[in-house]
Ligand binder design. Sequence first.
Ligand code: FAD
Length: 320
Amino acid sequence: MSVLIFVELDEGKLKKSSQEAIFYGAKVAGMLGTSATAVVVGQADDTELASAGRFGATKVLHAADAKLNEPNGMAYATVVAAAAQQESSKVVVLAKSSLADAMTARLAGKLKAGLAANVIELPDLSNGFRVKSSIYTGKAFAYNDLKADVKILAIKKNTITPEETDATATVDAFSPALNDSDFSITVKKTEKATGDVLLPEADLVVSAGRGLKGPENWGIVEELAKALGAATACSKPVSDLDWRPHHEHVGQTGIKVSPNLYIAAGISGAIQHLAGVNSSKVIVVINKDPEAPFFKSADYGIVGDVFEVLPRLTKAVQAL
Ligand code: FAD
């Protein structure tokens, strides 16, 4: 009986959020007196797979069937359910993501499991199996008692900071039976979004709003993002106006981000925007209006014109 962790790949590498999930799963395994097994779907070399050991997995099950090269929530749920059954896993951990969202309910159905999403702490085992999760876009917490035999925990980004060792995991090929019904939805192809850093995964985000006045001014946002190695994001009106692509829009109706640093330039801080960014560790707001609501949620605020402040910040970062 091991704790099973589903690990996502990004171009053959373990995703950062999945490294957190492995570390989290290994901690839970330690609490339960068992080991942590990772299940990885898709193409990756053995050295990369074995590196799951650095975060606490002792074994990796690798499902490398070419039919699974494109992320497919249906088929991936079948693979992870088969791995959980093979390993008699009572706890399955995965990092919250759009792929995980497409898998978790299916996985819970297959394993007749209790499911908690947006988990933000290690479980409390003092009286059953209780997990704390973030609800209502971060405005409240729920404490969930998971009573089913199998428990699935979808953890939010930044729930835990992985510590690394130089351990390696053993890697076993894993070829569960897949049938046509697992592919009743087929993903024909996936395309990487623009930008060097993927927004949902980013540790640093530079985001801008209508205060930038028009798409022609985004150079100063991109330059700061480049200097920091950050992803770029925007408010909803900016993507509605086609100043920026829709996949950059953050907020209640857009992508939810939890970076270590979120820089908001020329964004007023409407509640719908905050809903997507309020679990960022540090928020820096740049706005020329000292009364802008965003300042109430900021760790650091700069009252100033974005057209002056952003280039100065970029220069300061470049000089580091
Ligand atoms: P504005 O509100 O126009 O603010 C621009 C800001 O820039 C102002 O604070 C201004 O002081 C400042 N500014 C102007 N010029 C400068 C300058 N030169 N230097 C510095 N600062 C300057 N919004 C989202 O972002 N994400 C969502 O997911 C989302 N979902 C929504 C869902 C619903 C159902 C609804 C009703 C709304 C939603 N909205 C969402 C829209 C939201 O309510 C706000 O209208 C929006 O976030 C405002 O965008 P903004 O801050 O870019 O623009």
